[in-house]
Design a protein around this ligand. Structure first.
Ligand code: PEP
Ligand code: MG
Length: 769
C-alpha cells in the first residue's frame, strides 16, 4: 500500500484524469483500471444508479467480465451492491459468497473473488452509484484501503454529477432534432416565470467548465486558435505596459511565463496537435492546459504550484478570444434582439447594468444563493432568477431556449410543447395579476380591520427605484450606498457623492430618506479595493472597514450632509454594528463632519439640519444590547438578511448550505419578535429592511409581531400593499402564534401557504393566479 502522501497524489491524478475524459463511460473505465492497478487488487467496478428503474447498472469494470457492462442491473434492494446503496456506508467483507445478501450474477464471472469492499458514491445526499474493489484472497480490506475508496468516491460523486448533466445537455447540441427536455434544479432567487434564450457574457468564460466538442474543420480551428493567441498576446503586452516601472519580480515572472506559453513552440504545438485529432480549438486548449496545470500543481515547489493558476488564467483569456471569433459568425445582434436569460458564473451589478433591460427576462447564476446580493438585485429589478445552478455551465446554456421558474428554482431546457404552452399561459396569468395589483397600488396600506402600515422603499440598486419613490411619495427606508461605489473604477469623490445623494434626497423632500454608510466586504467587493479573507462575512465588512478608514467614512458623511442642505429628511444608518463602541466612534466622526460642514457654510446663509442616526440590527450580539444602543441612537432597522446568516451560522452566499439559510426559521422569527417588543419598550422606532419585509408571508408575520414600518424594493411595494389590505391583524397574530411554536421552517411555510390560499393570495407565492 502506498504512503499517505503518495496516496493523495494518486487520488488527485485519478480524479484529474477523469475530468479530462469527455465521455463518462470511458472516464469511469479509466478510473476502474487505475484503481485496480494502484491498489493492486483483482477487480474494481463502478455501478451507477438508475432511479427510473430503481436499479444499479454496471458501468465500468476492470476485473469482471467486460461483456457484463451495461448488462448487469441490480435492483436497489438486491445483492451486496444494493446493500451498500441502502446503508449509505462502506461494506467490507472477508468472503462475499458467504454473506446472506450475496447474489450471484453469472454474467460477471466473479466466482474467484472473495474479499469485497463497496462504497457508495453520494452527491448532495443522493446515492449516485457504488464503487467496489474485489480480490480472490479471503481477507478484510485494510483501513487505509477503505479510506482511499471512500475519499475517491466522494470526489467521483462531484465529477459524475457534473458529467451527467453536461452529457444530457451536450447531446442536445449534437442532435437538435431530438431535443430531450432537461430539468435542472437551482435555488429560487427571485419570483416569477420567464422564457428566453440563454446568453452568457465573456467575463464568465471558464476553461474548467468548458465542454469539449469535436470538429470537422481542422484548418478553421487552427486559424481560430492562432488568431486568438495573437489577440491575447497584444492584450498581455498592453497589460504589462500599463503596469508601472518597478513591478515586483514575481509579477514580471508571470508575464515572462505568459509570453513563453504564447510562443508557438510551447503551448501552440500541442494544442494544434490536438486539433488534428479533431477536437475544436477550445477543447484542444482545455485538454493541453489542464494537463500542464496538473503537472505544475503536482510539483513540490509551492511557487511552481501557484503557476498552475496563472496558466489557467492565461488560457481563459485565450478561450474568450476563441469564442469571440466563433461568435463572430453568429451575429451578436440576434442575441441582444430577443428575450434572453442572462447566465453567468456569478452575476454582478455591472453585468446587470450593461444588459439591455428590454431583453432581460431572467437570470441564472451558477454560484450564489437566495440572499446573495445578486439575488436581491434581481428581485429589486423584478426579474425572475434562479441561483446556485451548480451543475450547468454558462456555455452549455448559450442560445438554448430556457423556461425559468423563479418560485421553485427550476429551469427547463428544450421543453416539450405541452410544458411550453402551459408556461406561456402561466406567464399571462401572472401579468394579469400584476396589472390588477398595480391598479390598486395607490390605495392606503391598511388591514381589513384598520391597522395602518408604512411601506418604505429600499433604494440604491437602480435608478428606476428613485422614480418609483417620487411617483408614490414613499419614504426611503434603506438607501444602499455601496452599489454606486461598486460600479466605479475608484472611490467616488466628495463632489460626485454629493450629486448622487442630493438627487435621492430631493426625490422625496417631504419623506425621510435613510442613507446607509458604505457596507462593502462580504459578497460586495470593490474592484479597486480588493480584500482577500478566509471568511469575508466574518471579516472586514460594513462599519468595521469604514471606521478603519475615516478618510472614506468622513468624505461620505460630509457628502450626505452637504447634499441635505436646505432639506431635513436625511437619516444616517450604520451597517454591521456589533457593539456600542462602534456607534460611539461613528457618531464622533459624524459629529466631526457636521462641524466641518457647518463651518464651511457658515457665511452662505444655508441651514444644516442635524441628521437622525440609527443602526442596522443584523449581528446577533445587538439582540442583547438593545437597551444600551437605545441610549445612543434615534432609530433601529432590522437587517434580517444578515441576521439570518449570523444567527443560523449559514453563509448567505454559499450554495451548498442554501437549504439551511431561511428567515422563517422559528429561531429567526423569535429574534424578530423580540426586537420589536424591546424597541417599543424603549420607544425607539424600528423598521425591517431585510428581504423578509417584501415577501407576502413575511409581511404578515411582521404585522402580527407589531412592526408597522417595512422597507422593501420598489417592485414589491404594490404586492405587499395588496397583501396587507387583504388580511387582518387578528388573523396575522394567530398565524404568528403558529409560526413561533412551529418545529421547523417547513412547518412555518405550511401555515403561511394555507393562510394565503385561504385569503385568495396564493398567486403571489407560486406560478399561476
Ligand atoms: C440585511 O442584511 O438584511 C440588509 C438589509 O442589508 P444587506 O442585504 O445589504 O446586507
Ligand atoms: Mg446586511
Amino acid at each position: 500500500m502506498a504512503s499517505q502522501g503518495s496516496m493523495l497524489t494518486t487520488l488527485k491524478r485519478i480524479v484529474q484524469e477523469m475530468s479530462q475524459i469527455p465521455a463518462l463511460d470511458e472516464a469511469l473505465f479509466n478510473v476502474a483500471s487505475r484503481v485496480k492497478q494502484v491498489m493492486q487488487v483483482d477487480s474494481c467496478s463502478i455501478y451507477l444508479a438508475d432511479y427510473d428503474n430503481q436499479e444499479f447498472i454496471l458501468k465500468a469494470t476492470d476485473g469482471l467480465h467486460p461483456d457484463a457492462v451495461e448488462q448487469v442491473r441490480i435492483g436497489f434492494s438486491e445483492g451486496l451492491i444494493g446493500l451498500v446503496g441502502q446503508r449509505e456506508e462502506p461494506l467490507n467483507i472477508e468472503d462475499a459468497h458467504r454473506h446472506p445478501r450475496f447474489k450471484h450474477y453469472p454474467e460477471v464471472h466473479e466466482e474467484n473473488y472473495k474479499a469485497f469492499l463497496g462504497t457508495p458514491i453520494i452527491h448532495q445526499r443522493k446515492v449516485l452509484g457504488v464503487i467496489t474493489m474485489q480480490q480472490a484472497k479471503m481477507r478484510f480490506f485494510s483501513e487505509d484501503e477503505e479510506a482511499f475508496l471512500v475519499t475517491l468516491a466522494a470526489q467521483l460523486a462531484l465529477e459524475i454529477s457534473n458529467a451527467e448533466i453536461r452529457g444530457a445537455l451536450s447531446s442536445n447540441d449534437i442532435l437538435p432534432s431530438t431535443l430531450h427536455q432537461k430539468k435542472v434544479m437551482g435555488i429560487a432567487g427571485s419570483p416569477g416565470l420567464a422564457i428566453g434564450h440563454g446568453f452568457s457574457t465573456d467575463s464568465t468564460v471558464d476553461l474548467r467548465r468548458f465542454v469539449v466538442k469535436r470538429t470537422d474543420d481542422r484548418s478553421q480551428e487552427v486559424q481560430r486558435y492562432r488568431k486568438a493567441v495573437e489577440i491575447t498576446r497584444e492584450q498581455v503586452d498592453e497589460l504589462s505596459n500599463s503596469l508601472e516601472e518597478g513591478i515586483p519580480d514575481d509579477v514580471k515572472a508571470i508575464f515572462q511565463l505568459y509570453h513563453h506559453l504564447l510562443d508557438a513552440n510551447s503551448l501552440g504545438r500541442e494544442v494544434e496537435a490536438k486539433i488534428q485529432e479533431q477536437w475544436c480549438a477550445g477543447s484542444s486548449l482545455k485538454m493541453v492546459v489542464e494537463d500542464y496545470a496538473a503537472r505544475f500543481a503536482n510539483m513540490d515547489d509551492p511557487y511552481m504550484q501557484e503557476r498552475a493558476i496563472d496558466i489557467v488564467d492565461l488560457s481563459n483569456r485565450i478561450l474568450v478570444n476563441i469564442l469571440h471569433q466563433a461568435r463572430g459568425e453568429r451575429p451578436q445582434v440576434t442575441l441582444a434582439d430577443k428575450a434572453s436569460i442572462l447566465v453567468a458564473e456569478e452575476v454582478s451589478a455591472t453585468m446587470l447594468a450593461e444588459f439591455p433591460r428590454e431583453h432581460l427576462k431572467g437570470i441564472i447564476s451558477i454560484r450564489g444563493s437566495n440572499n446573495s446580493h445578486a439575488a436581491i438585485l434581481a428581485r429589486a429589478m423584478g426579474i425572475p432568477a434562479v441561483m446556485g445552478c451548480q451543475n450547468v455551465s454558462p456555455t452549455l446554456l448559450e442560445n438554448k431556449e430556457i423556461l425559468l421558474d423563479g418560485y421553485s428554482g427550476e429551469i427547463i431546457i428544450g421543453a416539450d410543447n405541452a410544458i411550453r404552452q402551459s408556461f406561456v399561459q402561466l406567464i399571462e396569468e401572472e401579468a394579469l395579476l400584476a396589472e390588477q395589483i398595480a391598479s390598486e397600488a395607490n390605495k392606503a396600506c391598511e388591514t381589513e380591520d384598520g391597522c395602518r402600515m408604512s411601506l418604505l422603499i429600499n433604494a440604491g440598486l437602480s435608478v428606476e427605484i428613485e422614480t418609483v419613490a417620487r411617483n408614490q411619495g414613499k419614504g426611503i427606508g434603506l438607501y444602499r450606498t455601496e452599489i454606486p461605489f461598486m460600479l466605479r473604477e475608484s472611490f467616488p469623490s466628495e463632489k460626485e457623492q454629493i450629486k448622487l445623494y442630493s438627487e435621492v434626497l430631493r426625490c422625496v423632500p417631504e419623506q425621510q430618506v435613510t442613507m446607509r454608510t458604505l457596507d462593502v466586504g462580504g459578497d460586495k467587493p470593490l474592484p479597486y479595493f480588493p480584500i482577500n479573507e478566509e471568511n469575508p462575512f466574518l471579516g472586514w465588512r460594513g462599519v468595521r472597514l469604514t471606521l478603519d478608514h475615516p478618510e472614506i467614512f468622513l468624505v461620505q458623511i460630509r457628502a450626505m450632509l452637504k447634499a441635505s442642505l436646505g432639506l431635513s429628511n436625511l437619516q444616517i444608518m450604520l451597517p454591521m454594528i456589533s457593539s456600542v463602541n462602534e456607534v460611539q466612534e461613528a457618531s464622533r466622526l459624524i459629529e466631526q463632519a457636521f462641524f466641518e460642514v457647518s463651518e464651511e457654510i457658515k457665511d452662505t446663509g444655508e441651514t444644516l439640519v442635524r441628521p437622525r442616526i440609527g443602526v442596522m440590527l443584523e449581528v446577533p450580539s445587538v439582540l442583547y444590547l438593545l437597551p444600551q444602543l437605545a441610549r445612543h441612537v434615534d432609530f433601529f432597522s432590522v437587517g434580517s438578511n444578515d441576521l439570518t446568516q449570523y444567527l443560523l451560522a449559514v453563509d448567505r452566499n454559499n450554495t451548498r448550505v442554501a437549504a439551511l439559510y431561511n428567515s422563517y426559521h422559528p429561531a429567526v422569527l423569535s429574534a424578530l419578535y423580540d426586537i420589536v417588543r424591546q424597541s417599543d419598550a424603549h420607544k425607539i422606532p424600528v423598521t425591517v429592511c431585510g428581504e423578509i419585509a417584501g415577501e407576502p408571508g413575511g409581511a404578515i408575520l411582521l404585522l402580527g409581531m407589531g412592526y408597522r414600518r417595512l422597507s422593501m424594493n420598489a417592485h414589491n411595494i404594490g404586492k405587499i400593499n395588496w397583501v396587507i389590505r387583504n388580511v387582518n391583524l387578528k388573523e396575522s397574530k394567530n398565524l404568528l402564534a403558529c409560526a413561533l411554536t412551529a418545529q421547523t421552517h417547513q412547518e412555518v411555510y405550511a401555515h403561511i401557504n394555507d393562510y394565503l390560499e385561504q385569503k385568495g393570495l396564493g398567486g403571489l407565492i407560486r406560478a399561476g393566479s
